[in-house]
Design a protein around this ligand. Sequence first.
Ligand code: SAM
Ligand code: MD0
Ligand code: SF4
Length: 337
Amino acid sequence: MLELNRDDFTKAELVKVMRSDDPELLQELFSTARKIRKEIQGNKIFAYGFVYFTTYCRNNCNFCYYRNSNDIERYRKNEEEVLATSKALIESGVNLIDLTMGEDPQYHQEKFETVANIIKKIKGEYDTPVMISPGVVSNEIIDNLADAGADFYALYQETHNRELFAKLRVGQDYDERMNAKLYAKEKGMLIEEGLLAGVGENEEDIVDSLLTMGEIGASQVRVMSFIPQEGSPMENCATPDRMEELKIIALMRLLYPQALIPASLDVDGIKGLKDRINAGANLITSIIPPKSGFMGVAHNTMDVDEGGRTVEEARGILDQMGLRIATREEYKEFIKE
Ligand code: SAM
Ligand code: MD0
Ligand code: SF4
């Protein structure tokens, strides 16, 4: 059996874990990950509100429902609607608002002025941390978003294998995407890096991603299992076995004890929460108010209007696991450290 020594993992050991289906090893992996999370933050779990405010996008990522060529209904919410939904999420107990968008040409044209105003209001009036997930934007826009008070810049490479990247994010530049993230960090924002599981990667690719996440200094690191999207080129590709995602979550926890690691409700809805928390995740993302007209990404409507993706619902599940949702103040303390 493999010894899980979190201090000196070699690349070969990480690959072995990714390849293993030894139940004893996997049990040790998950229990070690939980132990580390407990050492760092006791029984607290963080929660993020998800506000996908424009689903227009100029890009054509092969895995994404919202890719430009997909003939779907789209929406662009105004400032008032975004603020009302953010307020409702904050009142329900989320610790941060994740303002997410497709690469909407209209916002690029107005240099993200509306987005900067929204950030200022959420920070100023609601006193709540903000993550911005705008895709690739210019350094000038990153400056404006940082000045407006955004705490986090989320931008997922999906893979750190350049050939695979080119197949997934068709027509996009690997370095441009990476550099935007590094620039945001230089400007004082925290950054989130992420990968997709089940898109043609092998175990070495995953380990390269895991190590790169540390090298670039990401404070939040994520993995999501690919969900096939109607009308997209990858519509008929299978969704991967969830054990891959769970192992990656656990390895991220072992490698980066302090990291924020999401259990995203976007992949399997609320029923997927427990396994991801048990794998070492310390944060619930993709909380969306019911009947607000806002969508998810990987599963755009799953559990949303039914009220499944709420703090209240998550609280019930955490309660049974001896865990609780952190307060906003506790979250602010955590990201200050
Ligand atoms: N448009 C911005 C961008 O691409 O960076 C921000 C939002 S984007 C919709 C957020 C992330 O959702 C993607 O980076 C990808 O990791 C994830 N995602 C998109 N489609 C997915 C799918 N079909 N299955 C799983 N995750 C997906
Ligand atoms: C999530 N649906 O957290 C969101 C989204 C973008 N920063 C995050 C992929 O799962
Ligand atoms: Fe656009 Fe983001 Fe979807 Fe790519 S992943 S098509 S950039 S919304």
